[in-house]
Write a protein that binds this ligand. Structure first.
Ligand code: ADE
Length: 364
């Protein structure tokens, strides 16, 4: 164990009564629908009434996917106002989008800078082809694309509070537990939608969640492999893959087994980021130490002020056996129950720890 691991991580206490209760809850929720969903993720029976996600790379001509899944916007409808960031392909700006007969809306505009080669244009527009297939209040909404004139642009809804990690760091300690759980509920609902569509995100992290003025959180950053190339947190593994180690399930790191179950592991890390107001998971530990500690069974401890029920849910998401992790449908309904019964959020992990140290007869 590294010195960092010694100080900051605590072993999982499997015998914990609350863990057992949490596990019981999720086992009991394993319905036949979950079974069908699992089949579907394995490429079998599609859901009646739910459109399956289509990978734009399966099109011989990816431009066809752009036509199929996105709307072309006349650039005269767009007013660019200011630069708000830098993307891998060019500037990200804020601005306004006019639609005849509708109220003007605030938008974010990603641009593809000049001098690109065909492959860069295709990679840039791949994200729009993916986003354009989704329609959910917790998934960033694509307004459309500009491909018939220069610069090439992707236009999405504007999210006033920017990305969740920096938003939380700027507002350390400012929210109620219910507000934080509300954000987590939204992210889980977005992820449930994506997993129902058969889409695996692979880079779920607070930096890839956007927050609007009503504190609604939306999943963003789509684009499969490109997403990982774009992510400063992604590191090369010994097998040459680029992976955001601290957010990624062990089987995805070890043999690239990405699935909705590996997204559930990442969701547990996002829960931890949210409850700690944007703390870096595993702090200053090296990627290699993170991998070894996880393998030895260590897990992140509860952030300060974290309700027991939420830390138990995180631990559930971080089970080594991926089939034992909760499904997003279960996570959403568990968080809904906590929100409906706020007293369930009162026991905090530090209170429980104080109680345990006081009672020498407690056995684990
Ligand atoms: N930065 C990147 N995308 C954004 C969006 N949709 N709204 C606000 N800021 C962003």
């Amino acid at each position: 164990m590294t010195h960092a691991g010694h100080f900051v991580l605590s072993p999982i206490l499997i015998s914990d009564l609350l863990m057992a209760l949490c596990q019981w809850y999720f086992k009991a929720k394993m319905t036949s629908e979950d079974k069908r969903r699992t089949d579907y993720q394995n490429g079998h029976v599609p859901f009646p009434g739910i459109k399956a996600y289509v990978d734009p790379d399966t099109y011989e001509d990816p431009t066809q996917a752009v036509h199929e899944f996105t709307k072309e916007i006349d650039p005269s409808r767009i007013r660019i106002e200011r630069v708000i960031g830098a993307g891998e392909f060019g500037e990200v700006c804020s601005g306004r989008l006019r639609t005849p007969g509708k109220k003007e809306i605030a938008v974010a505009i990603k641009t593809l800078k000049g001098g690109y080669v065909e492959r860069q244009r295709r990679d840039f527009l791949r994200e729009a082809s993916i986003m354009g297939q989704f329609d959910h209040p917790n998934i960033i909404r694509l307004e459309g694309v500009v491909t018939k004139s220069r610069p090439v642009m992707i236009v999405v809804e504007y999210m006033e509070n920017g990305s969740l990690d920096s938003f939380l760091r700027q507002h350390d300690g400012h929210f109620t537990v219910i507000q934080l759980v509300g954000m987590l509920r939204g992210i889980a609902a977005g992820m449930k939608y994506l997993s129902d569509m058969g889409y695996v995100h692979r880079d779920l992290a607070a930096r890839n969640i956007l927050v609007n003025s009503n504190l609604v959180c939306k999943v963003s950053d789509f684009g499969l492999s490109r997403v990982l190339e774009d992510d400063p947190e992604a590191a090369y593994t010994t097998t040459g893959g680029k992976i955001p180690i601290r957010w990624t399930a062990p089987e995805a790191i070890a043999y690239r087994k990405f699935s909705s179950a590996s997204d559930a592991w990442s969701y547990g890390i996002v829960m931890w980021e949210v409850m700690s107001y944007g703390e870096r998971p595993y702090w200053e530990m090296s990627n290699q130490d993170v991998i070894l500690s996880i393998e030895e069974g260590y897990r992140l401890p509860a952030p300060m002020g974290c309700p027991v029920a939420l830390h138990q849910l995180m631990l559930h998401c971080w089970q080594k056996e991926r089939n034992h992790r909760p499904k997003f449908v279960d996570i959403v309904s568990f968080l809904d129950k906590l929100i409906r019964n706020p007293s369930s959020l009162l026991p905090l992990v530090e209170d429980l720890q104080r109680y345990r140290t006081a009672d020498v007869l407690v056995k684990h």
